[in-house]
Design a protein around this ligand. Structure first.
Ligand code: TXA
Ligand code: MG
Length: 316
């Protein structure tokens, strides 16, 4: 059920059952990160392959050392500035973090989420929370409690409602190689912001079917409807005349096309607003029984890079 009762969520988690939690990025499917029993349930419910590791959510920066070790100075600096927030750090794991959480790797992904509800919950719990996005593997991430319910219904005992996600795109994932920051996944914090603090950034977030970081699968974040991305949607619209097509656009509608489905993400041309609205718009389009979803490429800068990354994977 969908609820705002944090105590109910706590009770379920302590039994090693699962709760969907709100974060500033997307909703997570959370369980006790130190319990193999709970972590197994996450993989099972998400139908997620075991080779794709989970992010561990901790209550504060001080708690970092409880899950990670050999932490580079630059990682501490990033955490100090950006946590709570949509930055995930990949670091050497502490021995007692279950191998199931990290897919057998000796690194663990960790972040402090920036959402009041989840922070209160984490502070009530004697363990951190492993939580992937609360969607079946490969599908569009949920940015509202209702999205989670639409996917899982009563298969999740408790969906904690924390409203619509403020950021709307997943966290940025950063690892470290020879003390240098490496970008594994574009996310809500821009590459530019990371680079400024880290003094440099290597980008490994390429499309790949055999990724180094398993999260970088070429196909991911996908609607059920066939999705294509174009840098000239407005010209293309006529070639879809005979199809039931829906259009996902940045800041303006296609003129004189009142009889087609159109979603405009930010009439003011604000990329952050577009990011926040992206998944909800994709969920809506995906429920319209269309033949095809046509999406427009975004300006390839700042958070626009993350949007384009997700659109490419959605359409791949
Ligand atoms: O914003 C977010 O990060 C959300 C919220 C719920 O926190 N979570 C999320 O989790 O997006 P998920 O499971 O959908 O994506 C986590 C990504 C996966 O692509 C996984 O491969 C990567 O993190 N990952 C986890 N552990 C890793 C590790 N040790 N090394 C490299 N990549 C890792
Ligand atoms: Mg995900």
């Amino acid at each position: 059920m969908i609820t705002t009762d944090i105590n109910k969520a706590k009770a379920v988690l302590i039994k090693n059952d699962l709760v969907a939690i709100p974060t500033e990025t997307v909703y997570g499917l959370a369980g006790n990160a130190f319990s193999e029993e709970a972590v197994k349930k996450i993989y099972r419910l998400k139908r997620r392959p075991f080779y794709n590791p989970l992010i561990v959510h901790v209550k504060s920066t001080e708690y970092l050392d409880e899950v990670a070790t050999d932490i580079p100075d630059v990682a501490r600096e990033l955490a100090g500035i950006m946590w709570p927030g949509p930055l995930t750090l990949v670091l050497n794991k502490q021995k007692y973090v279950p191998d199931l959480v990290t897919s057998g790797m000796n690194t663990v992904a960790v972040r402090v989420p920036n959402h009041k509800v989840s922070l209160v919950l984490l502070n009530e719990l004697p363990f951190p929370l492993a939580a992937p996005s609360a969607n079946p593997f490969g599908s569009i991430s949920p940015t509202s409690a209702q999205h989670v319910f639409n996917y899982f219904g009563s298969e999740i005992d408790i969906i904690l409602d924390g409203g619509d996600c403020e950021r709307g795109l997943e966290s940025t994932i950063i690892g470290f190689e020879n003390n240098q920051a490496v970008l594994y996944r574009y996310g809500s914090i821009t590459a530019e912001e990371i680079e400024k603090v880290a003094g440099g950034l290597i980008v490994h977030a390429k499309h790949d079917n055999k990724p180094i970081a398993p999260g970088m699968l070429a196909k991911h974040y996908s609607p059920k409807t066939i999705t294509v991305v174009s840098d000239n949607v407005k010209k293309l619209v006529h070639s879809y005349k005979d199809k039931k097509a829906g259009f996902l656009l940045f800041n303006s509608k296609i003129n004189n096309e009142d009889n087609i489905v159109q979603e405009v993400l930010s009439p003011n041309g604000d990329l952050n607003e577009a990011a926040k609205n992206l998944y909800a718009a994709l969920h809506r389009l995906d429920s319209c029984n269309l033949d095809v979803i046509v999406v427009e490429y975004f300006p390839d800068e700042g958070i626009g890079k993350t949007i384009n990354d997700r659109l490419q994977r959605a359409s791949s």
